[in-house]
Structure formats: C-alpha cells, structure tokens
Design a protein. Structure first.
Length: 197
C-alpha cells in the first residue's frame, strides 16, 4: 500500500478495449522502419484516451479526485466512440506528434472533459489552455530530428491507408497512475467511476 505522503503522477482517462490496442499495434508495425531512430513510439498497451493530466498528486487526494470524477460524469450516459483516421500535430510537414483520430459521440466526450475541467478547477487543478482535440498519441518525434526526417515521416503517414474501424463503448472513467521507468511508463488504475446508466 503506498505511503500516505507519496506523490503520484496521475491522469484521468478512458481505457481502451484490447482489440483497439491490438489494432494500433498493427498500425505501428506497418509504419516502423529501422532508420526511423528519431521516433519514440508509445507502447500500445499504454495508450489511453486522456481527459485530463493532473501531474503529481498526493496519494491522500485519490478519494477526493474520484468524487470529482463522479460529479463530472453525472447526467452523462454511456456513449460510443470510434477510432478513425490518422494525422499529425502540428501538420504532416513538421511532424511532432503522430496520432489516431476519434469520432462518434464526441459531443458527450467534450461535455465530460469540460465538466472534468470545471470540477477539478474547484480543487485547484489548472484548466486546460489548449482546446480539447480527442486523439490517441501513437508516436512522438524526438527533438533532434531534422526537418527532412519530420517531413519524410509525414509523407509516410500521409500515404498510409488506415480504414479499420474500432468501436469503443465508454461506460467508465479511470483515475490512472503513471510510473516512469527506464523501460517506459507503467500504468496502474487507482480508481474507476461508472457513467450513469
């Protein structure tokens, strides 16, 4: 059991079904190239749809934050999302982040995210400055990558056809712990809150 004074790096997310993670792993293996050493891939087992990153919190606040998640989810019934399309931030010519898009009932997803921002704002967590763009990050380009490397990977992404459709039934929200290790992040669920049925 963690010690009460322990600080934990945490975030609030929607966990993905196994078949979605497998599909993302297949997409990754189709795009991986030995010469792309400038790409840092996200382990598909660790991909979540993040609603809010909290940073380091005291373990003692887990109950309080779980109650806030319950409050944010009130009145929102379970909903469906779909994985669709791939792209890059800020664009395919200067790729920094490679992502898979989310479609479906994104209005409910946005409402959930806004509710989350407001109830957690009352607990002292900063509101998101950037507008919420639902996506799943698959890879980040390392800072030292050259403009031509970024553009080359952008061309590869642009020419990749990703027509698989994966459905996600969202009926719960999880408070997750992220432990950074040399081998990558390890994620543990701290609590889970079901949506109103």
């Amino acid at each position: 059991m963690p010690h009460n004074t322990e600080e934990i790096r945490s975030f609030i997310a929607i966990e993905l079904p196994g078949e979605v993670r497998e599909g993302l792993a297949r997409l990754r293996s189709g795009l991986e190239r030995d010469e792309h050493r400038f790409i840092k891939w996200v382990d598909p087992r660790g991909i979540h749809l993040t609603l809010k990153f909290l940073g380091n919190i005291s373990f003692k606040r887990v109950t309080e934050i779980t109650k806030a998640i319950e409050e944010a989810g009130q009145g929102i019934s379970p909903f469906h999302l779909e994985i669709s399309g791939i792209g890059a931030f800020p664009n395919l010519k200067q790729v920094r982040v490679f992502w898979v898009g989310i479609s479906g009932e994104v209005d409910k997803l946005s409402m959930l995210q806004q509710n989350m921002d407001s109830v957690l704002g009352a607990l002292g967590f900063a509101n998101e400055e950037r507008s919420f763009v639902p996506h799943l990050t698959l890879a980040r380009i390392r800072q030292g990558a050259s403009p031509s490397e970024r553009r080359g990977f952008g061309d590869l992404v642009g020419s990749t056809i990703f027509e698989d459709k994966y459905h996600i039934k969202v009926n719960a929200i999880s408070l997750m712990k992220s432990q950074l290790t040399p081998a990558g992040a390890i994620y543990t669920r701290l609590s889970v809150v079901g949506l109103d049925h």
